[in-house]
Design a protein around this ligand. Structure first.
Ligand SMILES: NC(=O)c1ccc[n+]([C@@H]2O[C@H](COP(=O)([O-])OP(=O)(O)OC[C@H]3O[C@@H](n4cnc5c(N)ncnc54)[C@H](O)[C@@H]3O)[C@@H](O)[C@H]2O)c1
Ligand SMILES: [Zn+2]
Ligand SMILES: [Zn+2]
Length: 391
């Protein structure tokens, strides 16, 4: 089959690779019909090379049709249309039973001290072949699927795989009071949905992103938007009676603009041999923390900062004095996709499309064009906000 593989820093290619096969009786094979590129894939493309192997198949936002099931899969049949969540979880362990599927104890990658295995995502998360491919092997298939109907187009459902429940969890964790103000840092695909979920819940949403077309998209869905300027923290404070927002969702993560010195350190590490780079990446505290620091500044005293954006350094320094003095709560983590699906599924099927799932994809192209699309998405060229690939 054809699949998108990682080759080197900023280099991916579409190659012919062996078809996946049933390896355990709990597996299923899904023929992929739509599969998206995520901001998290850009971390693999740019920064996390030391944790990838040449030829690793990327992708964790897929959907398609079941073509084969293992002998112990009881609730899926050939022909079923499914979305595949990006976490691989068992559904019955201590963590899964508590709605913490991203911490699943059956698939945890203990070798690296990580939570649940993820599709298409580095050695730290199990190096499981991903879904930017013609076919995908789905482990624990009884649990790792969201079955959907056959009438509506893929775009209605595809974002259930990751970014929509991620945004939903980000807003839940932000614990915004009724009618309160939610600030959103970053209007990539995740931030777009964070803003829309906030509006849907009746919050005043103030969102920040340096890219004009991303701000325009968020305005269409009811957010007030602001450019990333040197005075942005003061601007938002002025809009909130000088206090700051009740809650902030950081939907940027470690790819933040605004800290050139650190960028140089990260780039240098990206080019070191794996054995040297890995400990540096883990320990050196080289994350770009600009959006997180701004979030801590913008939240009001006693408010909550919720991190949807991914951070991956162990030695980053947080402003503990400010966090303690302002009595800030913080929540974060990979999304527990299956935990939120029952609440979100009726919204994506609603004909009025309250979360605007049909207004996010800017580029829908054949899988063969994935390499150029990684570059376009990363550079935010050609109005690119969300790319969906068709294998
Ligand atoms: N927690 C999870 O389970 C989960 C799931 C999916 C994605 N993510 C993470 O969410 C983050 C966003 O993903 P995405 O797909 O929207 O990616 P993206 O890279 O397209 O979005 C990031 C946005 O932030 C903006 N930005 C950059 N610096 C900023 C700053 N200092 N202040 C405000 N905005 C700034 C960029 O212009 C861009 O629009 C990534 O870190 C991704 O890894 C987490
Ligand atoms: Zn993703
Ligand atoms: Zn589990």
């Amino acid at each position: 089959m054809k699949a998108l593989t990682w080759q080197a820093k900023r280099s991916v290619s579409v190659d012919e690779v062996p078809d996946p096969r049933i390896e355990f009786p709990t597996d299923a094979i899904v023929k992929i019909t739509s599969t998206a590129i995520c901001g998290s894939d850009l971390h693999l493309y740019e920064l996390l090379g030391p944790f990838l192997g040449r030829g690793d198949i990327l992708g964790h936002e897929p959907m398609g049709v079941v073509v084969e099931v293992g002998s112990e899969v009881t609730n899926l049949a050939v022909g079923d249309r499914v979305v595949v969540p990006f976490n691989i979880s068992c559904g019955h362990c201590f963590m899964c039973r508590r709605g913490l599927q991203s911490q699943c104890e059956t698939t945890q990658v203990r070798e690296y001290g990580s939570g649940a295995a993820l599709f298409g995502y580095t050695k730290l998360y199990g190096q499981v072949p991903g879904g930017q491919a013609e076919y995908l092997r789905v482990p624990h298939a009884d649990y790792n699927h969201i079955r959907v109907g056959s009438d509506l187009p893929d775009d209605r459902y595809l974002f259930l795989s990751d970014i929509l429940p991620t945004a939903w969890q980000g807003v839940e964790y932000a614990d915004v009071p009724d009618g309160g103000t939610l600030a959103v840092m970053g209007l990539g695909p995740v931030g777009q949905f964070v803003a829309r979920v906030g509006v849907h819940h009746g919050f005043r949403v103030l969102a920040v992103d340096p890219v004009p077309e991303r701000r325009a998209m968020a305005e269409r869905h009811g957010a007030l938007t602001y450019d990333l300027t040197d005075t942005i923290v003061d601007e938002l404070r002025d809009l909130t009676e000088g206090r700051g927002a009740d809650a902030v969702v950081d939907a940027v993560g470690m790819a933040a603009h605004g800290n050139p010195g650190v960028h140089a350190a990260q780039s240098a590490i990206g080019l070191l041999p794996d054995a040297m780079a890995r400990p540096l990446m883990e320990k050196a505290g080289i994350d770009r923390m600009a959006a997180l620091h701004a979030s801590i500044d913008i939240v009001r005293r006693g408010g909550t900062v919720s991190l949807s954006g991914v951070y991956a350094g162990d030695a980053d320094i947080l402003p503990m004095k400010t966090l303690f003095d302002k009595q800030v709560s913080m929540r974060m983590g990979q999304c527990n996709v299956k935990r939120w699906i029952d609440e979100i599924l009726p919204l994506v099927e609603d004909s009025s499309d309250p979360l605007g799932v049909m207004d996010l994809t800017t580029h829908r192209v054949p899988l063969e064009r994935a390499p150029e699309m990684y570059e376009t998405f990363q550079k935010k060229e050609d109005g690119c906000i969300k790319v969906v690939l068709e294998p």
